[in-house]
Design a protein around this ligand. Structure first.
Ligand code: ACO
Length: 428
């Protein structure tokens, strides 16, 4: 009869061990009993970059990378993008259920009324160099916010946690917009709490004191859908960082600054920036074949392609492609789209990409939309960090509430020198 166990035979000793299997997973600590000598440390598993290591149980986001499925709390991303809005999705991700009308109204009210930042935050941001990268400003300002809310260090108190979550979700658009205005040498625009979450963000970016700001409804909705698509993505590099930092019970501002720093890299959330730079460098559809030759010769990566989890078309990329058409109706068609479409066409037919399951990821088309909306390239990772805030914080709460979680602390295989004696400098 089938049993939910795995039998391991250690050929070094001939010993056999039986370890439980749950969710197609064995517990790494069950390997520790496997020893040659009684005083051995015991067996461990080696997994650089955590390619096959489960670090947590989670009920937030489900991804099936082979089938291209993404769901938040069970709801397909396609339905949420079509029928919901970012703040409702944020509520869902945090609380596990869609809100009732009353719950939604209260949540929306409280978020839209915590959008202002402390004046000292503004002064702090003004101290950056005129050409500071907005993501560097964003990361530093989020970290600095822990000094404004010292009570946030009480991470085990649910009410204190919720207060910081509200503050962060509400204030990240303001910090992001200030970083943008700073990089343009423009005065900062204070939030307008009568506008929607994304409408207010556009106001803080664009408003030139022309009276009551009215966001373009198509761009407001497009940005809202992009925010839904970026809200969470289970245990990615940034979220894993959030959990690791949070596991030492750091306050959420410090932990989130770390998560945002992880997101900044070009292999992660910085990829949308890298995609746009790549498309600008290619410059024309006629240069695509030569560029692809370079990719296949491994001289460079096709940015916006490939994913650690998706080995199929990223479902977010499909939705973004649709939004692009709506945005271009307002902004005019981006010439970069033709280059992107040609890259995708070749890649989806070429054995190099097909055999490696390399498909467009979320970043492949998002940058083209952001550029059409006149965002400078350096703002792209910031536009990713705003909506991901709720994902980071929800995963952080889940980690703190999980009795199995402890301070994250991986092991290593030490391959350095054995003990040796210090040599005085004069004798080296
Ligand atoms: N262009 C060309 N070749 C690629 C690409 C790419 N974009 N991505 C992967 N490959 C190749 C690798 O060279 C490797 O080939 P090999 O097996 O012959 O050596 C194979 O495909 C598998 O790739 P890995 O690097 O092992 O896959 P991994 O899961 O470690 O990396 C990653 C995933 C980092 C996303 C990678 O695909 C990449 O660098 N893509 C470009 C950057 C990018 O778009 N990042 C955004 C990801 S989405 C996000 O974070 C929000």
């Amino acid at each position: 009869m089938a049993q939910n166990t795995l039998t391991i035979t250690d050929n070094r000793t001939g010993e056999t061990y039986e370890v439980p299997v749950e969710y197609d997973t064995i517990r790494a600590m069950d390997l520790r009993q496997i020893k040659v000598q009684q005083d051995d440390f015991g067996m461990m598993s080696y997994d650089p970059a955590f390619k096959n290591t489960v670090s947590t149980k989670s009920t937030i986001t489900y991804i099936d990378g082979a089938k291209g499925i993404l769901r938040y709390r069970g709801y397909p991303i396609e339905q949420l993008a079509e029928q919901s809005n970012y703040l409702e999705v944020a509520y869902l991700i945090l609380n596990g259920e869609l809100p009732t009308q009353e719950q939604y109204d209260e949540w929306e009210y409280v978020i839209l009324h915590h959008t202002f930042v402390h004046e000292s935050t503004k002064q702090l941001m003004q101290a950056f160099r005129h050409d500071a990268h907005p993501m560097g400003m964003f990361i530093s300002t989020i970290a600095a916010m822990s000094t404004f809310y010292p009570e946030s260090r009480d991470v085990l108190d649910p009410d204190t946690r919720l207060k910081q979550i509200i503050r962060l979700v509400a204030k990240v658009p303001t910090v992001a917009a200030f970083s943008y205005r700073h990089s343009r040498g423009l005065p900062y625009v204070y939030p307008d709490n009568d506008l929607s979450y994304t409408g207010n963000f556009l106001n803080m970016l664009d408003n030139m004191r022309q009276g009551k700001y009215e966001p373009d409804p198509v761009l407001e909705r497009a940005l809202d859908v992009l925010f839904i698509l970026h809200a969470d993505h289970e245990q990615n590099c940034g979220t894993a960082t959030m959990r690791v930092i949070g596991s030492s019970h750091s306050d959420p501002y410090s932990a989130m600054a770390g998560a945002a720093a992880a997101l900044y890299g070009p292999l992660h959330g910085g990829a949308n920036e890298a995609v746009l730079r790549m498309l600008l460098e290619i410059g024309d559809v006629k240069n695509v074949p030569e560029f692809m030759k370079g990719v296949k010769n491994r001289e460079r990566l096709l940015m916006g392609f490939g994913h650690r989890v998706y080995k199929n078309y990223d479902p977010r990329a499909k939705i973004i492609k649709k939004i692009a058409d709506e945005v271009f109706e307002v902004t005019g068609r981006s010439p970069l789209l033709d280059i992107a479409l040609e890259l995708e066409r070749i890649a989806l037919e070429d054995d190099f990409f097909v055999s490696r399951n390399l498909y467009p990821n979320v970043d492949f088309y998002s940058g083209i939309i952001y550029q059409a909306m006149r965002f400078p390239i350096a703002m792209f990772p910031v536009l990713f960090a705003i909506p991901r805030t709720i994902g980071w914080l929800s995963q952080w709460v889940e980690m703190l509430n999980d009795p199995e979680q402890k301070i994250a602390r991986p092991r290593q295989i030490y391959l350095g020198y054995d003990e040796r004696d210090y040599v005085p400098m004069s004798e080296r």
